[in-house]
Design a protein. Structure first.
Length: 261
């Protein structure tokens, strides 16, 4: 069986009991970086008496081509990326696909994730879309950024310390009045939150990995009316009953009878 284990994005105490148990019981651990994973196990006082297999974005296909499904089914196996949830802007999805294709039993343990943490901390409401990292430059970046700002949802993306100012400059040109929330060093000692209109954001220190949450939702121009408001509208009973039925648990027919009586 393969267990996909999320690891802390900063604070070691965010590791779950299930994650620790999976790491303790694992015979084989697939790692984005074996050095990072071994360091984590040392911090958790978990013995390194396991087989560590490097599996990252540059060698996934080669590793999977050599895998034997029987080995995965007959051993407790774990996959971990360096920090956070495997498969979310980290390797892991191809191993999931492999398990699905070869009928290998697998499970995913919920846990630390920078995108969800930043979205919850932003205070924005409504549906959100996760865009990961934007392309670095060119038309590909422009097209992706255009997709982000026109999503009509709360858009969540990651940005590096080297490009966060470039992203802010682009957003100031495109959507200066939109609200934005930035978070860096999540769960760490120097965790930082910044919120405001895009045009007003100025960064004093760009160091650290950034999560950017942009509210691209369109404000509703609909007039919200109460039941009482609609009752007093100068409308025919039939039209009024249809409107009232939409905001009550009664049918339009029932309401119509009440109005004409």
């Amino acid at each position: 069986m393969v267990t996909f284990v999320p690891t802390p994005i900063g604070n070691l105490d965010d590791i779950s009991k299930r994650a620790i148990l999976a790491l303790q019981n694992a015979k084989i651990i697939f790692c984005e970086d074996t050095r990072v994973t071994k360091k984590l196990l040392n911090l958790l006082n978990i013995p390194l008496d396991k087989e560590f297999i490097s599996m990252h974005s540059h060698n996934e296909d080669k590793v999977l081509a050599k895998l034997n499904p029987k080995i995965l089914n007959s051993n407790e196996c774990v996959y971990v990326s360096d920090a956070g949830m495997p498969g979310i802007s980290d390797p892991g999805a191809k191993l999931v696909q492999y398990c699905q294709k070869h009928n290998v039993k697998y499970t995913v343990i919920p846990g630390a994730n920078a995108a969800l943490t930043a979205y919850a901390a932003s205070g924005f409401e409504g549906d959100f879309c996760f865009f990961g990292f934007l392309p670095h430059k060119g038309n590909e970046r422009s097209e992706r950024l255009n997709e982000v700002i026109n999503s009509g949802k709360v858009a969540v993306l990651y940005e590096s310390p080297h490009r966060i100012e470039k992203l802010l400059k682009e957003l100031k040109n495109l959507i200066p009045e939109n609200e934005i929330f930035l978070a860096k060093e999540l769960t760490k000692m120097h965790e930082t939150y910044i919120k405001g209109k895009v045009k007003d954001i100025e960064l004093q220190n760009t160091k650290g990995e950034w999560v950017v949450v942009i509210n691209t939702q369109k404000k509703s121009n609909k007039l919200e009316l109460s039941y009482e408001d609609i009752l007093h509208l100068p409308l025919p009973p039939k039209e009024k009953s249809k409107l009232l039925a939409k905001i009550s648990d009664k049918s339009a027919k029932e309401i119509y009878k009440e109005l004409i009586n």
